[in-house]
Design a protein around this ligand. Sequence first.
Ligand SMILES: [Zn+2]
Length: 921
Amino acid sequence: MRQIERDARLVWEHAFEPDPTDGEKFYLTVAYPYPSGAMHVGHGRTYIAPDVIARFWRMRGKTVLYPMAFHVTGAPVIGISKRIARGDPQAVSLYRDLYKVPEDVLARFVDPLAIVRHFSDEYQRVMSECGISIDWRRRFTTVDPQYSKFIEWQWKHLREGDHVIKGAHPVRYCPQCDNPVGDHDLLEGDKAEIIRFTLVMFRWNDAFIPTATLRPETIYGVTNLWVNPAVTYVRALVDGEPWIITREAAEKLSFQDHTVEISGEVAGAALIDQTVSHPLCGDVPILPAGFVDTDMASGIVMSVPAHAPFDYIALRDLQQKGQYTDITPVPLISVPGYGSLPARDAVERAGITGQDDPRMEALTQEVYGTEFAQGRLFEKFGGRPVREARDMIAALMMDSYGSVPMYEFDTRSVVCRCGSKVVVKILHDQWFLQYSDPAWKAEVISHLNRMDLIPPEVRAEFERTVSWLKDWACTRRVGLGTRLPWDPAWLIEPLSDSTVYMAYYTIAHHLRSMQADQLTPEVFDFIFLGRDSPGLPHRERLEMMRREFLFWYPYDFRFSAKDLISNHLTFQLFHHVAIFPEPCLPKGMVVFGMGLLNGAKMSSSKGNVFLLEDAVMEFGADTVRMFLVGSAEPWQDFDWRNDLVTSTRKQIDRFMNTVVECMAAREDPGDLDSWLRSRLQGHISRTTEALERFQTRQALQEAFFGIESDLKWYRRRLPEGSSGSVYLHELCSAWVRLLAPVIPFTGEYLWKALGGEGLVSFAPWPKTDKTNENRSIEVAEELLARIVEDIESILKIIQLEPAAITIYTAPEWKRTIFQAVASAEEKTGVIKEIMKDEAMRKRGKEVTDTVRQCITQVHRLPPQVVSGLLQEMPDEKAVFSAASQFLAREFSVPVTVRDAGGSSHAKAATALPFKPAIVIE
Ligand SMILES: [Zn+2]
């Protein structure tokens, strides 16, 4: 196995480096990796499944480009190198023990670039070990000086198109890294969204007690505040005013444009039973509640028991203990389907008894959602629909009653890769990509409609992402990457500098020989947009690059995991429509499922990974490929299990042995070979269709197991002592080629052994030939296989050593009925038709029974068998007679064939077409 892999890698070294041709091209790309750790088997599938597609189209005669580069922009490696430098045991163990980085290399990881250099080499090495057919001439990293020039060009266009704006926005922010953070920078909480609360300012003596709410309109129904008596709150001067809040809130507010100065502490217990007031609801008391989360907004909440299920239950619990019985819920919103107290109705309908009931969260969402969609404030509170009143009352509070917004995550625990807690920060002078721009969104949607999306279900998810996408903080202070051309104090963040690099691949290898400072925006305008300007350097070279770009672009398909729909995959569409003309816009995307390891999500930080290289060493590259491709379609989640991988290994061994044995066959082809040849046509066309639809699993099933089971039957059917005909050589040639995209190492080896010309990687994909199709012979073998199976199962049941077997084939009149039933669209009308025939009528009940049995039979048979039978009913007697020697050998007794029509045996009457009666004595 090792030797086969080594040999193939040697001949492939420069095999997949395509230049433009006169023919058709197929350009596929996969999201490039961030090389900060070793590849695991989950990464393996991300690159192997597209490789199967690349290899398939290459064999179909297209010029295929599959390039790869490395994304090293951003702060993650800086964080990693800092952690390694300070000897963080978790980081050191991850790199030394899991990723197996040698000590001397690890010592160099105090330089972030050393990390990415080491792992990009590792990625290339392991990808090559896996047989991924990449054009490595085009490899680059996102910190190469030429690439930075390309990014500067891209951003010049984005700015000219008014897609980049400056402003103050709340962003996810790591105080330790002093940087905004994106999904990829997060250890925990990578789906966290920022939500905007309104702080409602209650007056308490000389101070304010702010409560955070998403529903400011409910102020009219506030009956009390909730404070956690077990918590120590702080008194803080916020913008010069004394506020009572949690310590966490004080910290958070300091990142949100407030000056915050803590001046003392206030025990939560001391606040209980105090009276606070707000102009919109008057005086209300403070009540104790253990459920108040100190890490949520201000850490104090207002209570609206008429409309909030949590508040309703908490108040009820206190009142059942005889406390605060003078408080009654104050309703303020009328909602269809609910009485005056929607919170009470919801809680009672669901039969909830306590605040810890797990259904409370869903119930709350239901009440909030219905009130927002259909609720209307009472006349005395203005009578407006909730959806209008909410913003108006928030504005009123901001203008007149001292309210300010407070931002918070919708998810607990958002942690940066550096280990620090992430906060919401209002950034000023920050640059944003204006993804909220409706005109830009419209262009993306209109292009999306023309794209080929696989699987089709993801279209809705793309559309949703485009519609809710907000402005994106696209610059950072710290990290690796390209500086913003017009404001070089800022760096372009990682998701924003990796959106149109698929265009860069087309010329990456040519750019390497050019000086970065020659790569002005005018140069890229010429190459990518065909815009000429005077004084361009190396004009001939640029023209060649322009031609190469036009040959490859747009890309045909981009492959990526489904968790990138909400960012990268959608961002790249925004950038493409902003910069490139319509003929250069992306054509299609294939979205992948996720990888599991023994049923659990793969995660490097949690140690639940199996390294790709270890898998290749243990099982062999082709086994890894075949398992990853065969266990699920690309868009489905797959689960890596070592025991299943072991059986894949055995399947490949079996395949090799079978091909080698077939090569020894020397006889002349006969009927059985015609059958095999005819079957092969179906396998070829179904494998081809599956791969054209990216159904790599389906293709493997068809090409591997479909042909294998044919061969098994073929050998069983051969006369004793026969090893088969020379047709098997031809079959194996096709078989090896059909499997070559999935198991290319084995493919090259066998192709050479079969005497194939050149590399199997470039061998012509097998084609079907109509003249090789033989329906009647396929139907006859199907019939025979079924009778063998039926006899076997009868023998198993009766547990009898048979002395003789008789097969009764159905008489002609039953065949007529079968054909009538099989061809009828509406089966119920068949009897009437048949009974028009005089001879049939005479048979009476026998006919109605047969019709019923034939209907069942037609439903049970595979549709392709039924359609084959409709074309031509086999002469069953002739089929069984011709195979009588085979049958006798199979069951070690003589097998007789009779026409059921002329027999008086009771069993003979049950014979049906394609289901003869069997009598065993
Ligand atoms: Zn950080």
